[in-house]
Design a protein around this ligand. Structure first.
Ligand code: PLP
Length: 366
């Protein structure tokens, strides 16, 4: 038996982490995950050295899969939950590999949708049903027609880079598929309107290394091509998400985050907090003449707030100020510039308060 941990695993210099991903996770989750790497639940073994077929890990996987359904209110509604690898980026092609026979529809809200479209084109015809590209992806397209006869319709529920978020989802006959990487478990929505949901864990659920897939099996098995085992959702479903060695650390840490979320009151409780955080920040963006928001107001993301300085010459001063205040990860995506404050589930309201104080300080000083 290993000796018990001598001292608590503490992080002395905690920053206000607005990073877009990998993102902030709850402090308690970090500690439990770190402890489990040393020793899992008094077993004398590390989480990352136990067999993934051991009862201890099978239990972890089962708890994670059922908690996903519980938090999404999808229990008993015929969904399967998978923890895969390859990131959301591999899902861009797995979705098409498994579901695209002739024609699929994609709503293009910018980078990520673009990448999903590029992969899907390898497998069949892609119809860009709507796009906000002509206005720099600063809004969510609305009022478009969905053509008949699509194998599926794909959208990105929250655009992490431009800071836009679907509030209502299109309804049609085709199965609806969503990349929810950056807003999964952040707000109450009717998840049952989707036939397949996927999300890289590292935005709102855990560390990088696993991708959550929630799928209705009846939309699978309709394509005529042969699918390699590792890329076949049906193979992973048949093996209870254990076809090969799963990413044990990422799955366990995701489970800890989901338990944290459940104990907090679930998705409805976190949505309330997320709305408070977003309201605080967007109010400052709107009231402070030195800042302007990027995304159209009605489509603003609760998770990723994008904004710019109205006087770009203040950039150096502002950057120094927020860094001095212990803020991390405020720079916009390299493809768009400006600023982006990512306010994922685990980011405390207090951190947003610190940022807003810095923004109003800048106004006083300028
Ligand atoms: C980050 C992100 C991705 C890419 O995820 P990986 O896990 O790095 O492949 C895809 N879609 C969205 C919406 C994202 O935010």
């Amino acid at each position: 038996m290993r000796k018990p941990l001598q001292k608590q695993i503490n992080r002395p210099m905690k920053k206000h982490n607005f990073s877009a991903g990998p993102c902030i996770l709850p402090e308690s989750v970090m500690k439990k995950a770190a402890e489990a790497v040393v020793e899992l639940d008094g077993s004398g073994l590390s989480l990352i050295e136990i067999s993934h077929r051991s009862p201890a890990f099978v239990d972890i996987m089962e708890r994670a899969r059922s908690l996903v359904l519980e938090l999404m209110q999808l229990e008993g509604k015929g969904y399967e939950v998978l923890f895969l690898q390859g990131g959301a980026s591999l899902e861009f092609l797995m979705v098409a590999y498994n579901l695209l026979e002739k024609r699929a529809g994609y709503i293009n809200t910018g980078t990520w949708s673009d990448k999903a479209i590029k992969e899907a084109r390898i497998f069949g015809e892609v119809v860009e049903v709507a796009s906000s590209g002509e206005s720099g992806f600063n809004h969510i397209p609305k009022g478009f027609d969905i053509p008949a006869g699509l194998d599926y319709l794909h959208l990105t529920s929250n655009n992490t880079i431009f800071g836009t978020q679907f509030k209502d989802f299109p309804k049609g006959d085709a199965p609806l598929i969503a990349d929810m990487s950056s807003d999964i478990f952040s707000r109450v929505i009717d998840y049952s309107q989707f036939d397949l949901i996927y999300a890289g864990a590292q935005k709102n659920m855990g560390p990088a290394g696993t991708t959550l897939v929630v799928v209705k099996p009846e939309v699978l098995g309709r394509v005529s091509r042969k699918i390699p085992s590792m890329l076949d959702y049906q193979v992973h479903i048949a093996k209870d998400s254990m076809f090969n060695t799963p990413p044990v650390f990422a799955v366990y840490t995701s489970l800890l985050t989901l338990e944290w979320l459940r104990d907090l009151g679930g998705v409805a409780a976190i949505e309330e907090q997320n709305e408070k955080k977003a309201k605080l920040l967007y109010s400052e963006v709107d009231l402070n003449p030195l800042f302007e928001g990027y995304a159209a107001k009605e489509d603003r993301s609760l998770m990723n707030a994008t904004f710019n300085l109205t006087r770009p010459e203040l950039k150096e001063t502002f950057d120094a100020m927020w860094k001095e205040a212990g803020i991390n990860g405020l720079n916009g995506h390299r493809s768009v510039g400006g600023y982006r404050a990512s306010m994922y589930n685990a980011l405390p309201l207090e951190s947003v308060g610190v940022l807003v104080d810095v923004m109003s300080d800048l106004e006083r000083k300028a």
